[in-house]
Write a protein that binds this ligand. Structure first.
Ligand SMILES: C[S@@+](CC[C@H](N)C(=O)[O-])C[C@H]1O[C@@H](n2cnc3c(N)ncnc32)[C@H](O)[C@@H]1O
Length: 338
């Protein structure tokens, strides 16, 4: 097996232009702007649900908080709509790899992109062997090294960020899953021609995060209560309550998001609504969620309503079962007319 490559990067990497690396330069600011897209696939990612969520975006708000960040589909949507303001964006999650990756892309896009191009080129000769080499010989050992001290997300490196994006784009269904020893153990996906490095979208993501001076932090969602103020917009997208015992997917992190966790989340949602924050929550239509929000007197008195909207079930190993279902959009924001 080859030794882990020395993939170093840092603040200086920003200064290398695209032409210096022999790549096509980004088109100028006048080029037509495509909407920003999440740079990671993420279980429970909300791109499909955006049409049902948009009518509940408040017309005006203070700071935007997304405390179950994942791939940040709603953040990207709001950024593309020009609805966000500098120093008014807080993105958090308790997956340290995820947060480390977002931060490295924000701060060191050139290094992350260069390393991702290398990985994509190395892969061509033997995609399967390369996937497991990256996962088992480079990614997990590097993660073990940073685990030895301090904050995981802050010790993340550009190497790790590039490897995480690579594994995400080529692994099974873009899942992030670790075993009981904390080792990333997702098998390879069967993609003919995966898009590993969408350089333009990665660069624009980095630019948007920097221009917005977005805070991207490792934090449990409850921490939003310490910072959210009246008229802030809080979008919460927790691991969904399972519709059936076999449908459960809650392994983004080692801690399960069980029925108790859903109850505690409801208390946070009610406190935010009483504080006059604009709150939007997505969740499944499991009976426990209906009991917490749909017809629940305390939630109703806080101005919260639960709307059933059509959605597509994305996480199911059986593609035939990824059919249309309903989900809840739970919010105190009145739906915009039309
Ligand atoms: C359904 S996913 C969010 C998907 C995201 N909206 C998107 O579009 O990709 C739920 C996220 O919540 C995170 N999470 C789980 N428990 C958490 C907690 N207690 N506090 C904060 N984040 C948590 C997971 O790591 C995962 O990224």
């Amino acid at each position: 097996m080859a030794a882990a490559p020395q993939r170093t990067g840092g603040a200086k990497s920003r200064s290398r232009s695209a032409s210096a690396r022999g790549e096509a330069p980004d088109r100028g600011a006048d080029a037509p702007r495509r909407p920003l897209r999440p740079f990671l696939k993420w279980a429970g990612g909300k791109r499909q649900l955006l049409p049902a969520l948009r009518p509940h975006y408040p017309a005006r708000f203070g700071t935007y908080h997304e405390p179950f960040l994942g791939s940040g589909a709603v953040f990207f949507d709001l950024a593309s709509l020009g609805a966000l303001r500098p120093r008014r964006v807080r993105l958090t999650d308790v997956n340290g790899d995820l947060i480390g990756c977002w931060r490295q892309l924000r701060d060191h896009p050139d290094a992350v992109i260069a390393q991702l191009h290398n990985l994509a080129a190395e892969r061509l000769a033997a995609p399967e062997e390369h996937y497991y080499q990256v996962r088992d010989d480079w990614f997990n050992p590097s993660r073990a090294r940073i685990a030895a001290g301090g904050s995981w997300a802050e010790r993340y490196t550009t190497d790790l960020a590039a490897m995480l994006i690579y594994l995400n784009r080529t692994g099974f269904n873009g899942l992030f899953r670790v075993n009981s020893q904390g080792l990333f153990n997702v098998p390879r996906g069967r993609y003919k021609n995966p898009r590993i490095c969408d350089e333009r979208n990665l660069r624009r993501t980095s630019e948007a995060l920097s221009a917005l001076e977005a805070v991207v932090d490792y934090a449990p969602y409850e921490a939003v209560l310490d910072v959210a103020r009246p008229r802030d917009f809080v979008y919460l997208d927790p691991p969904y309550a399972p519709l059936s015992t076999t449908a459960s997917f809650t392994s983004y992190t080692p801690d399960r998001f069980d029925a108790d966790a859903q109850r505690r989340l409801q208390e946070v949602v009610i406190r935010l609504a009483r504080r006059r924050c604009h709150v939007v929550l997505s969740n499944s239509t499991a009976p426990e969620i209906a009991a917490l929000y749909d017809g629940n007197m305390e939630a109703k008195q806080a101005g919260i309503r639960a709307y059933k909207v059509p959605a597509r079930r994305a996480i199911n190993s059986n593609a035939a079962r990824r059919g249309p279902i309903q989900e809840y959009v739970i919010t105190n924001v009145t739906q915009a007319p039309g």
